[in-house]
Design a protein around this ligand. Structure first.
Ligand code: FAD
Ligand code: 2HG
Ligand code: ZN
Length: 505
C-alpha cells in the first residue's frame, strides 16, 4: 500500500514537474540575455573548440557532456527568470577526481566555469553570464557516511537537501537546514551560499553546522578539510572560505555536517495580529515562554499571503489580519510542548497582542500551514517580474522599508510585500510588476540598498551577492574588506576562471 501511495504521489509530482518545466521553458525563451540587459563585457577567456570537447568526452563519456542547446537552456536560466546565460557545454562529473581534472584543464586553457547545484539561487550566481562551462554537481549525490552517535554526516555536494533529510530520518537525525527549495537545492549549493532558511534561529547557520568540507581550487588542487570533528583548532579555519563564497573560490565536492536529533514532537501555530509592533511583542514573548522548544518564528504580511491564496488557491486557516506569524516548536515531549504553546497563545490572546490563531500537531495540517509560508516565492512569480531583496535589518525598523516602498511605488507595482525570518532579523522584501520596467527599477535601486545601509543592515542576509548584487556589496562591506576579498580571489584563482562576473564588483 505504502509503495502504491508513494508511486501515485511520485507520478503526480512528475506530471506537475513536466508542466512547470514547460511553462519555465516558455518564459525563459522570452528572457533577454544577461550580457545585453546589463551591458557586460566578456572577460578574456578562451572559447570552446573540438579539442576541448574531445577532452571532456574522454573524461566523462558523451552522456555527461551536454551540448544539445535545448537541454543546455535549463542550466542557462535562473529559477526566478531574471538572468540568462549562453553556455553551450554542461559537464556532469560524478567524482572529486573528475572535478579536479576538469578544473585543471579549464585553468590551463583559460576556460571560464560556472559551478551549479540545484539552480535555485536567487541572485543570479548559479547561471553563466556568457559562455562559461556549467559544472553541474547533480550527479555527485552519494551519501558517504552517517554516524548516529555523534551526528556527523558526510555526503557529496550534489545531494538534494530533502533526499538527504529523508535518509537521515532512518537514524533519527535531521539536516540542520530547511528551506522552500529543499526538493531541488543541493547541499553544495547550500554551503556555497551559506543558506539560512526557516530554522536558523534554533539550529544556527552553516558556518556552525559544517564540520568540514572538501573543495577543488581553480587549478584542480583538491583541498581536503573534510574533518568530522566537532573541535579542531589546528591553524586557519579554511572551510569558512568556501562557505558562502558562491563558487568563486572553489568547487565544493564533499561536505561533513553536524546533524541534530530529529524532534519527537513538532507543533505549529499560525497567528494573526494587527500591527508590526504586536509581531515584535509576540516574538519577545515566544522567546521567553517557549524558549528551548522554539524552532521557527516567521512573518507573513497580508500581501504575501494574498499572492499564495490568489495564485495557488490556498485558504488562510484564520480570520484576515495585516500580519500573520508562523511559530514552530521542536521538542521531545509532545504534551509538554503543546501545554507550553497553548498557554503562550492564551496569554498573547488575552493581552490583545494576538487576535486569532490556530495550533496543530497533526503532520498534514502542519504541512498545510508551512505551505502558506514556503510557497510565497513561487506564488510571486505568477504576478510577472519580481524584484527580490533579502535584507538583514535591525529588528525594530524591520518592516518600515516595505511601507516606504509601497508609498514610493504606488500603482506601478502589482505587489509590495514583506515576509521572512523575524527570528534572524531577515526581511524578504519582494516587489512585483506585470513586466520588467527600467523606470521602476530606477525608483527601487539603489534607494533600497542605501536605506538598508543607513539602517546599519546588510544587503544580503542569506541569498548572497551573485551576479545581481555585486555592485551593491559596497553598501555592506568596507573598501578594505572588499580589497581583501579581491586579494583572496587573486591568490586562489589567479586567472579568474571560477564564476566570473559574480560577487566581486
Ligand atoms: P545553485 O543555485 O545551483 O547555486 C548557488 C550558488 O552557489 C552559485 O553561485 C553557484 O555557482 C554556487 N554553487 C553551487 N554549488 C556549488 C558547489 N558545489 N561548489 C561551489 N559553488 C557552488 N535561501 C536561503 O538562504 N534561505 C531560504 O529560506 C531560501 N528559500 C528559498 C526558497 C525557494 C522557493 C527558492 C527558489 C530559493 C530559496 N533560497 C533560500 C535560495 C536557494 O535555494 C539557496 O541559495 C540554495 O542554497 C541554493 O542551492 P542550489 O543547490 O540550488 O545552488
Ligand atoms: C524564503 O525565506 C526564501 O522563503 C526566499 O529565502 C525569499 O523569495 C524570497 O524573497
Ligand atoms: Zn529566506
Amino acid at each position: 500500500m505504502q509503495q502504491i501511495l508513494q508511486r501515485a504521489s511520485s507520478t503526480a509530482r512528475t506530471s506537475r514537474t513536466l508542466i512547470i518545466q514547460q511553462v519555465q521553458r516558455l518564459l525563459s525563451t522570452q528572457l533577454e540575455f544577461t550580457k545585453d540587459r546589463y551591458n557586460i563585457d566578456r572577460g578574456k577567456f578562451g572559447t570552446l573548440d573540438d579539442t576541448h570537447y574531445g577532452y571532456f568526452e574522454d573524461l566523462l563519456g558523451k552522456d555527461r557532456v551536454i551540448r544539445d542547446p535545448e537541454e543546455c537552456e535549463a542550466y542557462n536560466v535562473d529559477w526566478v527568470k531574471n538572468v540568462k546565460g549562453m553556455s553551450k557545454c554542461i559537464l556532469k562529473p560524478k567524482t572529486t577526481h573528475e572535478v579536479s581534472a576538469i578544473l585543471k584543464f579549464c585553468n590551463t586553457h583559460n576556460l571560464a566555469v560556472c559551478p551549479q547545484g540545484g539552480n535555485t539561487g536567487l541572485v543570479g550566481g548559479s547561471v553563466p553570464v556568457f559562455d562559461e562551462i556549467v559544472l553541474s554537481t547533480t550527479l555527485m549525490n552519494q551519501i558517504i557516511s552517517v554516524d548516529d552517535i555523534s551526528g556527523a554526516v558526510v555526503c557529496q555536494s550534489g545531494c538534494i537537501l530533502e533526499t538527504l533529510d529523508s535518509h537521515l530520518a532512518k537514524y533519527d537525525l535531521m539536516v540542520p537546514l530547511d528551506l522552500g527549495a529543499k526538493a531541488s537545492c543541493n547541499i553544495g549549493g547550500n554551503v556555497s551560499t551559506n543558506a539560512g532558511g526557516l530554522r536558523l534561529l534554533r539550529y544556527g547557520n552553516l558556518h556552525g553546522s559544517v564540520l568540514g568540507l572538501e573543495a577543488v581550487k581553480a587549478d584542480g588542487d583538491v583541498v581536503d578539510c573534510l574533518s568530522t570533528l566537532r573541535k579542531d583548532n589546528t591553524g586557519y579555519h579554511l572551510k569558512h572560505m568556501f562557505i558562502g563564497s558562491e563558487g568563486t573560490l572553489g568547487v565544493v565536492t564533499k561536505v561533513a555536517l553536524q546533524c541534530p536529533t530529529r524532534p519527537k514532537a513538532t507543533n505549529v501555530a499560525f497567528l494573526g495580529t494587527n500591527s508590526f509592533q504586536n509581531v515584535l511583542k509576540t516574538f519577545r514573548k515566544s522567546k521567553h515562554s517557549l524558549s528551548e522548544v522554539l524552532s521557527s518564528f516567521e512573518l507573513i504580511d497580508a500581501q504575501s499571503l494574498n499572492v499564495v491564496t490568489k495564485h495557488f488557491g490556498k485558504q488562510c486557516p484564520i480570520s484576515q489580519h495585516p500580519f500573520y506569524i508562523l511559530i514552530e516548536t521542536h521538542g521531545s515531549n509532545a504534551t509538554h510542548d503543546e501545554e507550553k504553546l497553548h498557554s503562550f497563545l492564551a496569554e498573547t490572546m488575552s493581552d490583545g497582542v494576538v487576535l486569532d490563531g490556530t495550533v496543530s500537531s497533526d503532520p498534514s495540517k502542519i504541512a498545510d500551514i508551512w505551505q502558506l509560508r514556503e510557497t510565497i516565492t513561487a506564488a510571486l512569480q505568477h504576478d510577472g517580474y519580481v524584484f527580490k531583496y533579502d535584507f538583514s535589518i535591525p529588528i525594530k525598523t524591520f518592516y518600515s522599508i516595505v511601507e516606504i516602498m509601497r508609498e514610493r511605488l504606488g500603482e506601478s507595482a502589482v505587489t509590495v510585500c514583506g515576509y521572512g525570518h523575524i527570528g534572524d532579523s531577515n526581511l524578504h522584501l519582494n516587489i512585483t510588476l506585470k513586466e520588467y520596467s527600467e523606470e521602476v527599477h530606477g525608483k527601487i535601486e539603489p534607494f533600497v540598498y542605501q536605506y538598508t545601509s543607513q539602517m546599519r543592515g546588510s544587503v544580503s542576509a542569506e541569498h548572497g551577492i551573485g551576479f545581481r548584487k555585486s555592485k551593491y556589496l559596497q553598501y555592506s562591506k568596507s573598501a578594505s574588506a572588499i580589497g581583501l576579498m579581491k586579494s583572496l580571489k587573486q591568490m586562489m584563482d589567479p586567472k579568474g576562471i571560477l564564476n566570473p562576473y559574480k560577487v566581486l564588483p
